[in-house]
Write a protein that binds this ligand. Structure first.
Ligand code: SF4
Length: 331
């Protein structure tokens, strides 16, 4: 269903400028933006993916990944199509870069399905880039909040400040991709490192629970010194921001072999010098997935894949042994 976008301006000759993300696409009548999700229709910018759903599933919240927000929850997860990045290594390229089949679902319906149909406490907007699903995410998350639910985004963090801030009232947690600490690498995929850093800081300071993911691609963003600067920057916001260092596997246009596990372990060790909660993704090793209390050292959450055992966590997300806050719990 087409729906007029919130953030755009009219230009001369029927053209419009989208003001949702820093691409600021200028579109003539009938043209579609870089993300594939917004179009100039009769001199107005419309969202092409409003209420258009490509995927629905109940997932472990750890799959987002979020390790310190309601650990162990199963969360209703939903996605549409389109993306404002063009990553040649995208794991979800069939929905981010193509226009697959969709089912129409309106915000109230979706919340009802999530809460009553699936018994979920929350909704995750994920699979493709939720920020370019902006109006639908905003409307749905507001309905969800009224129903006492929580909402999370899995996002590239590439959006203008104003729209991003609008989401802070109804989005409780985000996993933001920090795709490296390299401006050239960001330019290559159609992004801007400084915008993403600004938004990570903004969300964190606004009280949104933030976790970060860096997918390590051999030869692209795996320079240890560069990553050291990334970890230092994250620590300057908070040493408690969880970082997921994820193993790359060939996909879409990329044929580089998978990241060697030894390289990931080396990066993990450096990250641990700066940060309290570091995890390796796509490695399936309890040593790099479990949570230990940074104060007393106790094992708090044991994880192996999506098996989660809260062995030392109390109901308020604190370490059972010493009371240190480890996770945020939304009730
Ligand atoms: S959201 Fe889409 S249409 Fe709007 S500026 Fe970004 S890429 Fe262009």
């Amino acid at each position: 269903m087409d729906r007029v976008a919130i953030h755009f301006e009219n230009l001369e000759n029927g053209r419009v400028r989208c003001l949702l993300c820093p691409h600021r696409c200028v579109l003539s009548e009938g043209q579609i933006g870089f993300c594939g999700a917004r179009k100039n229709v009769d001199g107005a910018l419309v969202s092409l993916n409003y209420g258009e759903v490509t995927a629905i599933a109940m997932d472990p919240i750890e799959k987002k990944p979020l390790f310190h927000f309601n650990p162990g929850d199963q969360i209703f997860s939903v996605g549409t199509f389109g993306c404002n990045f063009k990553c040649g290594f995208c794991q979800n390229w069939t929905i981010s870069q193509m226009q697959p089949e969709t089912k129409k679902v309106m915000p109230e319906q979706l919340v009802k399905i999530a809460k009553l149909g699936r018994g979920s406490k929350g909704i995750a907007f994920t699979y493709n880039e939720p920020l370019i699903w902006f109006e639908f995410v905003l409307d749905t998350s507001r309905v969800a909040v009224k129903e006492g639910m929580y909402c999370v985004l899995v996002t590239n963090g590439f959006v203008e400040e104003g729209p991003f801030e609008l989401l802070f009232q109804s989005v409780h947690a985000m996993n933001i991709d920090l795709k490296g600490f390299n401006r050239e690498f960001y330019r290559k995929i159609g992004g801007d490192l400084d915008v993403v850093l600004r938004n990570i800081e903004k969300a964190h300071k606004a009280g949104v629970h933030v976790e970060l993911t860096t997918l390590i691609i051999p030869g692209e963003n795996d320079d240890i010194e560069e990553l050291g600067r990334e970890f230092e920057w994250i620590a300057s916001l908070s040493k408690d921001i969880p970082l997921h260092i994820s193993r790359y596997f060939p996909n879409y246009k990329y044929r580089i072999p998978p990241t060697p596990v030894e390289k990931l372990v080396e990066i993990y060790e450096v990250a641990r010098e700066y940060l309290n909660f570091v995890y390796l993704g796509n490695v399936w090793d309890e040593r790099y997935e479990s949570t230990h209390c940074p104060d007393c050292g106790s094992l708090v959450i044991r994880r192996l894949g999506y098996e989660v055992e809260k062995v030392g966590l109390d109901g308020e997300g604190k370490c059972l042994k010493c009371g240190r806050q480890i996770a945020r719990i939304f009730e």
